[in-house]
Design a protein around this ligand. Structure first.
Ligand code: FAD
Length: 487
């Protein structure tokens, strides 16, 4: 599901199925539609791509907080998954379109308001993602050695705001709270052989720190059971085959599951079968030697919820984590996971909470559903806010891979085009677009970074990488990025 080849095939299938939309709009081809997209992750680029392709007189300007584009494709996707980042080629093509412009280093809601953008454009599409995380609200959460997985991912991927994290990697055991793909990404990066990591675009500081890391055991703890894990089979298989590591799965967690597996939908069935096989079947052939020789290990702990972080004797750092043992009440989809009075303590020096990303409002004028953490919308049309649309993680919540986000971007673009067609979105008045916004930004001393300036940054990063034998060495500092852009 995450491969670039499949993604290209899905894009091709999707785009081939839409000729009537083009015809429907061609009669209005003379009416210019100026759209502002906020955020340059997959949602922003796929929405822009669709609008440019299916509305000949559209102009799409993408505003991005950072001087560099691509959102979580650059700062989230794991460095050892370069094939996933191939989508950047398609995004670059979109950015080169003569009706598309990129304005990096512009934070919407701070440097320019939504109201100002509404005055300058016919439509605004908010695709600013989910930049916060659900917080771990237990005693000890502020001790040295406790981090959110989001911050840790930002650190190893060179996100400027996380570059100084300097995580505590001096103990043997790390606990990751969460059973999703991000949790597995983080576990894999912590345990991967350094020779593998040094050929990736992982940030230089992270490579150095991981090279001297003492972590050799990673336990992934989940509130629910093996049938509810949120990671996918590809990521689990990568973990199972990770060089120099052995899996530590408790056979008793998987006893009796063989029967339940039969009725599961196919992806979950295959995933569960792989866990059962790994936990219950004795390794054979070369695998016996490989596992015996491994110096590192990882495991899955089920039916455990974090209660508190146990401090070290000096009260400053993590010494362990106390977990409640949960029990299952009910069956199937309606099963509930309830804490019992039993607890379990795990000794560890690093705790990473991977319990979900979260969106937040960027401007008081935009409706926001704080409970769901999304902008309330109907097929991407923001409720009770004409001219406003949204797409990606801020539209549907922080779940789903790039392909899911692509479909979501296309859906929102279709909604915009449908509204132009039906007259719901008024495009009769001409709008000032980027000219107006550029003047405002200039007055405010904000220096936008264009796409060709990003390409200068890109060239510098690739050249720095070549010297280190890596695909790229990212610049970590916003000021430094702007200096390179200005050369
Ligand atoms: P984002 O990618 O987050 O983009 C949002 C953009 O908006 C960012 O560039 C941000 O800087 C910008 N922004 C934020 N606030 C403002 C503002 N105020 N003004 C202007 N701009 C702003 N999917 C896969 O298919 N394969 C993977 O291997 C994979 N790995 C992942 C690993 C991690 C750690 C995570 C978190 C996700 C991963 N995903 C993966 C999922 C994928 O990254 C998401 O589906 C996708 O990035 C969501 O796109 P988006 O555009 O909604 O958000």
């Amino acid at each position: 599901m995450r491969t670039a080849g499949m993604l290209a095939a899905v894009v091709a299938r999707h785009t081939a199925a839409r000729p009537c939309r083009v015809q429907g709009l061609s009669s209005r081809a003379d009416t210019q539609l100026k759209v502002c997209v906020v955020g340059s992750g997959p949602a922003g680029f796929y929405t822009a791509q669709h609008l440019l392709k299916y509305y000949e007189s559209s102009v799409v300007d993408i505003y991005e907080k950072l001087p560099v584009p691509f959102g979580l494709v650059r700062f989230g996707v794991a460095p050892d998954h370069p094939e996933v980042k191939n989508v950047i080629n398609a995004f670059t093509q979109t950015a080169h379109h003569d009706r598309c412009s990129f304005y990096g280093n512009v934070t919407v809601g701070k440097d320019v308001s939504i109201e100002e953008l509404k005055q300058a454009y016919h439509a605004l599409v908010l695709t600013y993602g989910a930049e916060a995380n659900r917080t771990l609200d237990i005693p000890g959460k502020n001790l040295l050695g406790v981090y959110s997985a989001r911050t840790f991912v930002g650190w190893y991927n060179g996100l400027p705001e996380n570059k100084d994290l300097n995580p505590e990697l001096s103990s043997e055991t790390a606990v990751i709270l969460g059973h999703g793909n991000v949790a597995l990404d983080v576990a894999r990066i912590l345990l991967s052989p350094i020779d593998v990591l040094k050929k990736t675009d992982i940030a230089g500081h992270a490579l150095e720190a991981i090279a001297t890391s003492k972590v050799k055991r990673v336990l992934l703890v989940g509130r629910r059971g093996p049938l509810q894990v949120a990671f996918t089979i590809k990521e689990l298989r990568e973990m199972i085959n990770l060089p120099d590591t052995r899996p530590l799965l408790n056979p008793s967690d998987f006893m009796g599951l063989k029967q339940a597996v039969k009725d599961l939908p196919r992806p979950r069935k295959r995933l569960t079968e792989l866990m059962i096989k790994t936990a219950l079947e004795k390794p054979s052939g070369k695998e016996v030697e490989r596992q015996a020789a491994a110096t590192k290990e990882w495991g899955l702990r089920f039916l455990r919820s974090p209660l508190e972080i146990i401090p070290s004797n000096d009260g400053k750092r993590v010494a362990g984590i106390r977990l409640s043992v949960n029990k299952v009440e009910g069956l199937g989809e309606s099963a509930k996971f309830v804490q019992t009075e039993d607890v379990e303590d795990l000794e560890c020096g690093l705790v990473l909470s991977s319990i979900g990303y979260k969106s937040y409002p960027i401007d008081p004028s935009v409706p926001f559903d704080h409970r769901l953490g999304i902008i309330p919308n109907n097929l991407g049309r923001v409720l009770h806010a004409s001219g406003l649309y949204c797409s990606g993680w801020v539209k549907r919540g922080p779940t789903g891979v790039i392909v899911t986000t692509m479909h979501d971007g296309f859906e929102t673009a279709e909604t915009v085009l449908g509204d132009v067609r039906s007259g719901l979105l008024d495009v009769s008045a001409s709008k000032g677009g980027s000219k107006v916004i550029e003047a405002l930004l200039k007055q405010r001393g904000i220096r936008p970074v264009t796409f060709s300036e990003w390409e200068k940054i890109d060239n510098v990063e690739v050249a720095r990488g070549e010297q280190a034998g890596k695909p790229r060495e990212k610049l970590l500092d916003v000021q430094q990025m702007i200096e390179v852009a200005s050369q």
